[in-house]
Design a protein around this ligand. Structure first.
Ligand code: ADP
Ligand code: MG
Length: 328
């Protein structure tokens, strides 16, 4: 691939977990209810995602690998109203610029499946394949042709734990999807896909902590849609962690990282004089997309709200109310 393609790829594809993120977002966008992830050598040797989503028609396989061919956005207004997780049509092309990619798919109800592959920027012909309904994407030898990137990759275990953490976050955001994750053929994580956030909490944090979680149910949607609706779980003061990394936020079901949001949850505990420990929480924020700042890089997990203080206040109030309702 040319230099420009590799540079663009570097923005999206930083490490194996970034590939996993893009691929499972595609599976979610395709309406999958089951997503299986296989990793070999922390994803550097192999990442395979198998889903039972809508699939890709044979004639569209070359487009899926081409940059921007599938962009769902034609102007900045579209960007505000985007409902799918992906919209730029460049993730697969970027991954194919730094790895070998094989794409096999069969649309629901189609008689036959098809496959295509890309290696060193060369896209193969489409051929028939015995594919189950859904899509399987295999990414091999990530960064093997980009030694500069490989240098920044830590140990195999570090990459596995990044992938694991990421998949836990998506599982928390999508309790209706059955996730299973395998590393070197061994299952390391799985969720039942029963639609219950509480079930995912058991898988992520274990039964003991899950039993210490209390439901957060903020106010119903107010007249003014610029106010967020908050739902989720937060831990009783008897369950806690040694750092802040166990508070997860999803804005309109997209995983985000934000100090502001974290401090809103912590603020609720502090307001009740529960200090010194880090709570565990999963907070879903449902908000009118037009009050989100769309200029933040889509591959990043940052977010900016146009009315930040409203969001802060809504979270603080909802978490505080949950803690007050259910004392230990
Ligand atoms: P984007 O998600 O931004 O549209 P991608 O490069 O991630 O771009 O994917 C390109 C296109 O390939 C998608 O728009 C979608 O049409 C198709 N695609 C990719 N992965 C899947 C999948 N798992 N199931 C169905 N379609 C897929
Ligand atoms: Mg995508």
């Amino acid at each position: 691939p040319d230099v420009a393609a590799k540079i663009a790829a570097g923005e999206v594809v930083e490490r194996p977990a970034s590939v996993v993120k893009e691929l499972i977002e595609n599976s979610i966008d395709a309406g999958a209810t089951q997503i299986r992830v296989d990793l070999t050598h922390g994803g550097l040797q192999l990442i395979r995602i198998t889903d039972n989503g809508s699939g890709i028609p044979a004639e569209e396989l070359p487009l899926a690998l081409a940059r921007h061919a599938t962009s769902k956005v034609s102007n900045i207004d579209d960007l505000e109203h985007i409902s799918s997780l992906g919209f730029r049509g460049e993730a697969l092309a970027s991954i194919a610029a730094v790895a070998e990619v094989a794409l096999m798919s069969r649309p629901r109800g189609a008689e036959q499946g098809a496959q295509i592959s890309a290696q060193s920027g060369q896209i193969s012909d489409v051929t028939a394949a015995a594919s189950p309904e859904g899509t399987t994407i295999t990414v091999r030898n990530l960064f093997s042709a980009v030694p500069a990137r490989l240098k920044f990759i830590k140990s195999r275990n570090t990459e596995i734990s990044h992938c694991h953490h990421l998949l836990e976050q998506y599982a928390l955001a999508y309790p209706e999807i059955r996730f299973s994750v395998f590393s070197e053929g061994r299952q390391i994580f799985a969720t039942p896909g029963d639609g219950q956030l509480a079930s995912v909490l058991v898988e992520v944090y274990g039964l003991q902590i899950a039993e210490q979680m209390i439901q957060v149910q903020g106010d119903e949607q107010p007249e003014d849609t610029a106010y967020p609706v908050i739902t989720g779980y937060t831990s009783r003061p008897t369950a806690y962690k040694s750092n802040r990394q166990h508070i997860s936020f999803f804005v309109n079901r997209r995983w985000v990282l934000s100090r502001m949001l974290t401090s809103a949850v912590e603020g609720a505990y502090h307001s009740l004089l529960l200090t010194g420990r880090h709570p565990i929480a999963v907070i879903n924020i449902q908000i009118d997309p037009s009050v989100l700042d769309v200029n933040v890089h889509p591959a990043k997990t940052e977010i900016r709200f146009l009315k930040e203080r409203r969001v802060y206040a809504a979270i603080l109030r909802a978490v505080r109310a949950a803690l007050l309702e259910e004392p230990e």
